[in-house]
Ligand binder design. Structure first.
Ligand code: 6CS
Ligand code: FE
Length: 300
């Protein structure tokens, strides 16, 4: 008996192809509401629209840093072999997924006035958490993240239809130019770069340690970096970096003694629910990509 045939999805942003393909101009807006519907003024919205990212100091005040850092350490050591803990090849913690489920302190961050209303304003709707993680980059041994667009993975592997998601990365330590701070290509969020290479089963087991699929080739990255330039997201602990789901970004390793960690929250519009993956055989686990839509704010 042959397997039942499944109709191919219509796809605006094809990726994980067997051949190189031209960049695609973005269709959706970046900012979905106006200055009248949230805390961001017209200037901030314009910056987000044009550059694809926005730095907001004091997204959490200094009082939050020690308890959040303690929670990170507590969870990291409590959950030895939980799949939500991603480790570097040497064994140190690299990422902790669903930290808001594992810690009430982290859950509280979601509801802050500097967080949820900003997400709703940028996306112009109610929002839910698509993914949450803590990224840890210890001094001396922390390794970075190669260049990528998050949307590329969320579209290909999670079935996110449109670019209507935004990330908020709240730093728990000072970000200097030299301790692995995130690098972004400002303006790159308006172009989708299709990537070459079929998604193997359980790709996330490798990609969360070292992403090799869903990254543009070197010629494409050279062209993009030349066109857009590269900015670095530096700032003191507590700064929030808001960035569009399709912004090209990455980070280098951290060989300084100064660790770098952040709470990373991905908000998706309730109107942009996940469907079948566009370029993977089966969806990733719920702790990487929430399929259950729980609008934030109602129960908080
Ligand atoms: O897998 C994810 O959802 C995120 N992590 C990586 C390493 N790349 C894509 C996306 O940012
Ligand atoms: Fe990313």
């Amino acid at each position: 008996m042959s397997a039942p045939s499944v109709a191919p999805l219509r796809d605006t942003y094809p990726t994980r192809l067997d051949h190189a393909a031209q960049p695609i101009a973005r269709i959706e807006p970046t900012v979905w509401a106006t200055e009248f519907s949230g805390p961001l003024d017209a200037g901030a919205l314009e910056t987000m629209d044009r550059r694809g990212y926005l730095l907001r100091p004091s997204t959490v005040g200094p009082d939050w840093i020690p308890p959040l850092t303690q929670e990170l350490e507590r969870i990291g050591s409590a959950l030895g072999d939980d799949p939500r803990i991603i480790r570097e090849p040497g064994g140190s913690v690299r990422s902790i997924f669903q930290p808001h489920v594992l810690s009430e302190v982290i859950e509280e961050v979601l509801g802050l006035d500097t967080v949820l209303p900003v997400a709703r304003q940028l996306l112009g709707s109610d929002v839910y958490l698509h993914q949450a993680r803590i990224n840890v980059m210890p001094g001396f041994v922390g390794t970075g993240f190669y260049w990528h667009s998050d949307f590329e993975t969320w579209h290909a592997e999670d079935g996110m239809p449109s670019m209507r998601a935004v990330s908020c990365s709240i730093s728990l330590s000072d970000n200097f130019p030299y301790n692995g701070a995130l690098m972004v290509m400002p303006g790159s969020h308006r172009t989708f770069y299709p990537c070459v290479g079929q998604t193997p089963a359980d790709n996330h087991r490798n990609s969360l340690v070292k992403q090799e699929l869903g990254v543009p080739d070197r010629a494409t990255l050279t062209e993009a970096a030349t066109r857009f330039g590269i900015d670095q997201a530096v700032g003191t602990a507590g700064t929030g970096l808001w960035f569009d789901s399709n912004l090209m970004h990455g980070s280098g390793s951290n060989i300084t003694p100064f660790p770098r960690s952040n709470v990373f929250l991905v908000f998706n519009s309730v109107e942009n629910q996940l469907g079948r993956p566009y370029a993977a055989a089966s969806p990733r686990p719920e702790y990487l990509a929430a399929r259950e839509v729980q609008p934030l704010g109602s129960g908080l």
